[in-house]
Design a protein around this ligand. Structure first.
Ligand SMILES: [Zn+2]
Length: 311
């Protein structure tokens, strides 16, 4: 997913200055997809609406600290996901349907992903000790991952993208991935190895530039070790690095995408079952058939408008 667009920035500026019209526009744009996501997790319409409403309140409260490191949509989804995790008392909330179908994502094997989402430093040993370096490393690693994914997309290497998406975004085991896409387990391991190697060299290069700029004598991290899988998963899920643009999702049912892209979109939406993108698809489909979103928007507006800055 893209970072903050200029249109987003403009909208946020207006909201920060207390524009209720800007706020209403933001709510209108995002409430449907958030509600579709919450419903897919909770099943109960009333609770889903409550959590969406609370998500918008939290968004306004957190707005002064929002650094714009992700799109508004991704930021809202991450707030909502935290709320759903809290709702389930800390139980992990999968991002993809595929996770629920495999052992790795089963609730009998609770992982620390929920805690990771709630605390910013799950893998402190890989990071430097100093907090300011930590932020820098996180940003550099995010950039390296994003570049790798973009390169796969640009060269239409969707096969490898699917493999690393299943490894890092969905946390599937090599054996499961091999079975799902019908390749040798060795092949999956090889692609993962290559990918980590590339990330490492890209991170090392970026840090080199940063260090020389900042006149540091030393690298803040040891670039000879791989970043832990859990950290890559955390970044991938938080930033939704391989998620689809909304207009791509909209084009999918119309059959207007190129073959290579169409196959990848089908994989992401249907095979992987990315819950964020499926929520977007459902929202788009609902929007085209009916328009009863007004009452929820009114409810959200009434409950949130007090949190807006007074101009
Ligand atoms: Zn997605």
């Amino acid at each position: 997913m893209a970072e903050l667009t200029r249109a987003d920035k403009y909208l946020l500026d207006a909201i920060r200055q207390g524009s209720s019209e800007g706020w209403s526009q933001l709510v209108e744009r995002h409430q449907g997809r958030l509600l579709a996501f919450a419903r897919s997790k909770l099943g109960q319409a009333a609770e889903a609406e409550d959590l969406v409403q609370e998500t918008f309140i939290s968004f306004l409260k957190a707005l002064p600290n929002f650094r714009g490191e992700s799109s508004i949509e991704t930021y809202l989804f991450s707030i909502l996901r935290h709320k759903i995790i809290n709702w389930f008392r800390g139980r992990q909330v999968n991002v993809c349907q595929l996770q629920s179908l495999t052992k790795a994502g089963n609730d009998e094997q609770p992982r620390q992903a929920a805690d990771q989402l709630l605390s910013p430093a799950p893998t402190a040993s890989w990071y430097a000790r100093r907090d300011e370096d930590h932020r820098l490393q996180h940003d550099v690693l995010t950039e390296a991952l994003r570049e790798l994914i973009d390169a796969y997309k640009k060269s239409l290497n969707f096969r490898n993208l699917q493999i690393i998406e299943m490894i890092f975004y969905c946390q599937l085991r090599n054996r499961e991935i091999a079975r799902i896409i019908n390749v040798e387990e060795n092949h999956v391991a090889l692609i993962k190895h290559r990918c980590l190697k590339q990330i490492r060299s890209s991170v090392s290069e970026k840090l080199q530039i940063q260090s020389s700029r900042a006149n540091l004598s030393q690298h803040p991290i040891d670039p000879s070790s791989d970043p832990p899988d859990a950290l890559l998963t955390e970044i991938w899920q938080q930033q939704r690095l391989s998620c689809l643009k909304r207009n791509t999702i909209g084009a999918y049912p119309l059959g207007t995408l190129d073959e290579a892209w169409r196959d990848y979109v089908a994989f992401h939406l249907d095979r992987l079952g990315c819950e964020f993108c499926r929520a977007n698809l459902e929202d788009l489909q609902q929007k085209s058939t009916r328009d009863d979103t007004g009452s929820l928007r009114r409810r959200i507006m009434e409950s949130t408008v007090g949190f807006l800055n007074k101009p």
